[in-house]
Design a protein around this ligand. Structure first.
Ligand SMILES: [Ca+2]
Length: 287
C-alpha cells in the first residue's frame, strides 16, 4: 500500500468519507457519483441489508460508530487524473512493462497545463509489442471496481483498455481491451498457475468504437475462489450511463495489480485518463 493510495473508513453505502482538501473533494465527488450510479444501476443490494444498516444507524446515531464498533476493514479508494505528473515521462509510481520497446508518457492534449495531462501510449505497427502501465503498490483482490477513460487516436488498429490481476513475477494477467477495428471488447486471460478453470465469456451487448471519442471502460470483479472468478464489463460514452457488455465466469485468479494497456499487432495510439480502483470494505455493495 503506497502513501498515495488512500484508505478510508466507509459510509453506510460503502462510499469513501469526504476529505478536507477541496481538490480532493472535487475528485472524490465525481468518482463517488460515478460509483454510486453504477452501484444503483446494478441495484442488487438487498432490501434486508439496507434495512439492517438503517436499524444500526438509528441505534447508534452515526455510521462511523457502527463500523468502528464492528472493526470493519477499510476501503481502498484510488483515483488518478495524472495532472500532477511531469510531461514526457512515465508517471511515477507506475510499473512499465512491454514485450517490446513501447513507452507510455504523460502528455498534454487539447490545451496547455496540468489540467490537460493524460497518459499517452504510442502507435506501433506490426511488432506485437504489447504494453502495460500498472499502478504499483495496490494489489486488488476479492471484490473490486476498476475504471479508465480512454480515447483511441487511430481508427485502424487493435486493442487498448484495462489490465487486472497482474502478477509481476510471471506476467499472468487479464487484459480487457476494446478493439477499435473490430468494435468489440476482447477479454483475454493469461494464466500459468495450476488452478483448473473453465472460462466462459458471454457477450450481452454490441458496441461501436470510434477514434477520437471519449469512452469509459469499467469492470466489476468478484472472486468466488480459485477458478471461480467473475468479471462484468461495462462501457460508456459519457461516464454516467454504462452498457453491460460482457459477463465472464470461470476466471482462475483475480488478485493482482491493475493498470492500462495496449495490445495487438497494431498498437493503437491511445490516451488514458481518470483511472480508478475501488475495493469496498463491504463487498456486498458490489453486485
Ligand atoms: Ca488528466
Amino acid at each position: 500500500m503506497t502513501t498515495s493510495a488512500r484508505r478510508r473508513r466507509t459510509g453506510w453505502r460503502g462510499l469513501p468519507e469526504p476529505e478536507a482538501s477541496s481538490y480532493e473533494i472535487s475528485i472524490r465527488n465525481k468518482s463517488e457519483q460515478d460509483i454510486r450510479s453504477l452501484i444503483e444501476m446494478k441495484n442488487r443490494v438487498s432490501f434486508s441489508m439496507i434495512a439492517t444498516v438503517l436499524i444500526f444507524v438509528l441505534l447508534f446515531g452515526s455510521t462511523e460508530q457502527v463500523y468502528s464498533k464492528a472493526h470493519t476493514p477499510e476501503d481502498i479508494y484510488y483515483f488518478e487524473n495524472f495532472n500532477g505528473f511531469p510531461r514526457r515521462r512515465l508517471p511515477g509510481g507506475w510499473l512499465h512493462r512491454s514485450t517490446g520497446e513501447v513507452k507510455p508518457t504523460i502528455e498534454e492534449y487539447g490545451g496547455y497545463g496540468p489540467d490537460y495531462r493524460l497518459v499517452s501510449f504510442p502507435e506501433v505497427g506490426w511488432e506485437y509489442w504489447d504494453c502495460w502501465a500498472l499502478r504499483d503498490g495496490i494489489t486488488a483482490s476479492g471484490s473490486y471496481i476498476a475504471q479508465i477513460k480512454l480515447n483511441f487516436q487511430n481508427s485502424i488498429a487493435d486493442r487498448a483498455g484495462l489490465t487486472i490481476a497482474w502478477d509481476d513475477t510471471v506476467w499472468d494477467r487479464i487484459d480487457i481491451q476494446p478493439n477499435v477495428s473490430r468494435n468489440d471488447i476482447e477479454f483475454r486471460v493469461t494464466y500459468t498457475g495450476s488452478v483448473p478453470y473453465n472460462l466462459v465469456i458471454e457477450t450481452l451487448a454490441d458496441i461501436t468504437v470510434n477514434a477520437h471519442t471519449d469512452y469509459w471502460l469499467k469492470i466489476f470483479a468478484n472472486d468466488y475462489g480459485p477458478g471461480y472468478g467473475v468479471v462484468d464489463v461495462f462501457w460508456s460514452t459519457d461516464s454516467i450511463t454504462f452498457i453491460h457488455v460482457l459477463h465472464v465466469t470461470g476466471i482462475p485468479n483475480l488478485t493482482g495489480l491493475i493498470g492500462m494497456s495496449t495490445a495487438g499487432p497494431s498498437l493503437p495510439h491511445t490516451h488514458f485518463d481518470d483511472f480508478l480502483i475501488y475495493t469496498p470494505a463491504h463487498p456486498a455493495n458490489i453486485p
